[in-house]
Design a protein around this ligand. Structure first.
Ligand SMILES: Nc1ncnc2c1ncn2[C@@H]1O[C@H](COP(=O)(O)OP(=O)(O)OP(=O)(O)O)[C@@H](O)[C@H]1O
Length: 391
């Protein structure tokens, strides 16, 4: 049995502008201990998917249909108190902004110890010891001394480490991380992702990592789901996705990364923006932005199929939702993906995609206006030194 099985999930928001279908008939599965990435541009429905799994969708949103089975039990039909037990004990969630997750009036140690006492029924001494060990695990230097510091005495990167410690404090089976490193400097981001990966292995925790950045996916994940306008457009292992992407949107996301491009230079950036979800384009919702779109794409919605056979697929299988794979297009998709790693691959074997990241700039889709180099340069984070911030 998979750890998490989401089937046919549909979530609407009832806004003044109309009904927004933020998640549209979405299905996916996460195995125990698996690191599962969810990637897509802003508005793809990634966060709403995560909040639905935690059953945290609030007005004007509504989970219309589908099931979310965690360890075999459907979270959507559980009582509110049973779901509260699952949250924190079995599923933990961390967000981009560490500051909002930490209470400024308590020391970080007290906050972690409180979570441990609450969920694991430890006494004060045992909770304190476990909190210090967790601070050490996430890479806080001198954890026993830092236990008594307040959140504002930590840099942004160190605060996010504290949040990770708190999330792991109850040994959850699933950690949902929504853009956990987006607000951080890229070097600190790499360190935190590395630490997260090691801890997930050590604690045997599965991760659902939400990001707009394919480089972050390469760093951490085993399998990926690419989302567009509330739907999955491609699912694959990280290796498959990087070396042989099947959906034009995935190719477009990768082409925003300078070293991966296509022959005609047509997909260097994805033209246009995510559609208004009140009026999603007919047929394939990506068709207005797709360089390969044909007339049929404007009227026929592509199902997720096995790109090799065109057959329907199971929840964990390699799949793409493009009419190129159902025999509906007159022409073939014409692109070429070139991945240049630091080390040239021996003969015809493929390099590790994680190696791609190390040769110069980190892989980062530069189409996100929120994430500019200037932004990153402005942030003075003392994470490297692990020291306290001035002031
Ligand atoms: N509280 C809300 N009220 C109305 N619409 C909402 C609300 N929350 C989300 N939506 C709609 O759901 C869509 C998907 O949002 P979601 O936050 O899941 O996207 P995302 O892929 O996580 O993007 P981002 O990276 O910007 O968070 C949004 O475009 C928005 O239209």
């Amino acid at each position: 049995m998979a750890l998490l099985e989401v089937e046919d999930l549909t979530v609407n928001f009832y806004t003044e502008e109309g009904v927004v279908t933020a998640v549209d008939d979405l299905s996916f599965r996460i195995e125990r201990g698996e690191k599962f990435g969810v990637v897509g541009e802003s508005g793809a429905g990634k966060s709403v998917t995560a909040l639905s799994v935690m059953r945290l969708i609030e007005d004007p949103g509504r989970i219309e249909s589908g099931s979310v089975r965690f360890d075999g039990e459907d979270l959507l039909s559980m009582s509110e108190s049973a779901v509260r037990d699952v949250r924190g004990n079995d599923i933990a969630m961390i967000f981009q902004d560490a500051q909002t997750a930490l209470n400024p009036v308590y020391t970080v140690g007290e906050q972690i110890a409180e979570a441990i006492r609450h969920h694991l029924d430890y006494d004060d001494r045992a909770a304190r010891d476990r909190a210090i060990r967790l601070l050490d695990d996430v890479g806080i230097p001198e954890p026993a001394a830092r236990y008594d510091d307040y959140p504002h005495e930590f840099s942004g990167g160190m605060q996010q480490r504290v949040v990770i410690a708190m999330a792991l404090s109850c040994d959850p089976d699933l950690l949902i991380a929504d853009e956990p490193t987006t607000a951080l400097d890229v070097t600190i981001e790499a360190k935190i992702l590395d630490r997260l990966e090691r801890l997930a292995d050590e604690y045997d925790t599965a991760i659902q990592l939400i990001t707009h950045d394919l480089g972050v996916i390469a760093e951490l994940c085993d399998r990926v789901m690419v989302m567009y306008a509330g739907r999955a457009v491609e699912t694959a292992t990280v290796e498959e996705l990087y070396y042989d992407p099947k959906h034009p949107y995935t190719v477009g996301l990768m082409s925003a990364i300078p070293r991966i491009g296509d022959r005609q230079n047509r997909l260097q950036t994805i033209p246009g923006t995510m559609p208004d979800l009140v009026e999603v384009p007919s047929g394939c919702s990506f068709h207005p932005r797709c360089p390969f779109a044909e007339e049929v794409c404007t009227r026929k919605r592509p199902p997720l199929v096995d790109p090799d056979t065109g057959d329907s697929v199971g929840l964990s299988d390699r799949a793409a939702a493009c009419l190129a794979y159902t025999g509906d297009l007159d022409n073939e998709l014409d692109y070429e993906v070139e991945v240049k790693g630091r080390d040239a691959p021996p003969d015809d074997s493929q390099p590790d995609p994680r190696g791609v990241r190390t040769d110069s700039e980190p892989l980062r889709a530069d189409s996100d206006p929120l994430q500019t180099d200037a932004d990153l340069l402005d942030r003075d984070d003392n994470d490297d030194a692990g020291g306290r911030q001035d002031g």
